[in-house]
Design a protein around this ligand. Structure first.
Ligand SMILES: CC(C)(COP(=O)(O)OP(=O)(O)OC[C@H]1O[C@@H](n2cnc3c(N)ncnc32)[C@H](O)[C@@H]1OP(=O)(O)O)[C@@H](O)C(=O)NCCC(=O)NCCS
Length: 200
């Protein structure tokens, strides 16, 4: 896999006041870790995006169970989240509001595409552009690694999530019967990043 270079922080969400968005350079601990974090400040909170640590795995797993695997068997247990985070070709970014986990994204980088394995934003932090920022971060790091396709699966019944990804430029490509524990279908979605890379 090509080596990752400097990661350029994507543009802030248009709803955020530019005066409340600060860039904070940090050291990069690993190949795909972000070199910058963003502070998203609102009158109610200051949310920072930055690399997840192994110690965050249990909180990510619990939030994932509550937000993503509702009414399904809990498959993303702390052990499984930690195992993915340990993989060399994976990356995990979290949104944090002081000591609270506001959101997370886990991605894997393959030979030909990046794959979003898990994405969630806690209810009280939604519609602030946090989900969009985390997906953009995966897209930016994928392009730095020479990957121009981002793939994911989403529960077919999750209309809001499908709409969210559609708004971010993802197309529905397939439906997989019983993908989730044989109980529920998944919609496969992907975004071709080539147009993005040539427009920069
Ligand atoms: C999907 C999810 C990650 C979105 O996170 P978020 O931080 O609220 O999303 P953003 O604020 O970045 O939204 C970006 C755009 O997506 C669309 N969008 C987001 N949530 C939406 C919803 N509930 N209904 C319709 N459109 C939505 C909007 O167009 C929004 O832009 P706008 O606020 O300017 O209108 C969050 O709702 C979530 O965690 N859902 C449960 C878990 C899940 O389904 N994860 C995805 C599958 S793994």
């Amino acid at each position: 896999m090509p080596a990752a270079g400097r990661v350029t922080a994507p543009k802030p969400h248009p709803h955020l006041n530019a005066n409340n968005l600060q860039e904070c350079p940090i050291e990069s601990p690993g190949q795909f870790q972000p070199r910058r974090i963003w502070l998203l400040s609102t009158p109610m909170s200051t949310v920072t995006l930055g690399p997840a640590r192994m110690g965050d795995a249990p909180a990510i797993a619990h939030l994932s169970r509550d937000l993503i695997e509702t009414d399904l068997p809990w498959s993303w247990t702390p052990r499984r989240v930690a195992s993915l985070m340990r993989q060399r070709e994976s990356a995990a970014v979290i949104a944090r509001d002081q000591n609270r986990l506001a959101g997370f994204i886990l991605a894997q980088y393959g030979d030909e595409s990046a794959h979003i394995a898990l994405l969630g934003v806690a209810n009280e932090y939604r519609r602030q552009g946090i989900g969009r920022r985390m997906v953009q971060w995966v897209e930016e790091t994928a392009m730095v690694a020479g990957l121009f396709l981002v793939r994911l699966e989403v529960r077919a019944i999750k209309r809001e999530a499908r709409h969210f990804y559609a708004r971010l430029g993802y197309r529905e490509t397939d439906r997989v019967d019983g993908y989730y524990s044989g109980l529920e279908d998944a919609i496969k979605m992907s975004r071709d990043l080539r147009a993005l890379s040539t427009s920069k």
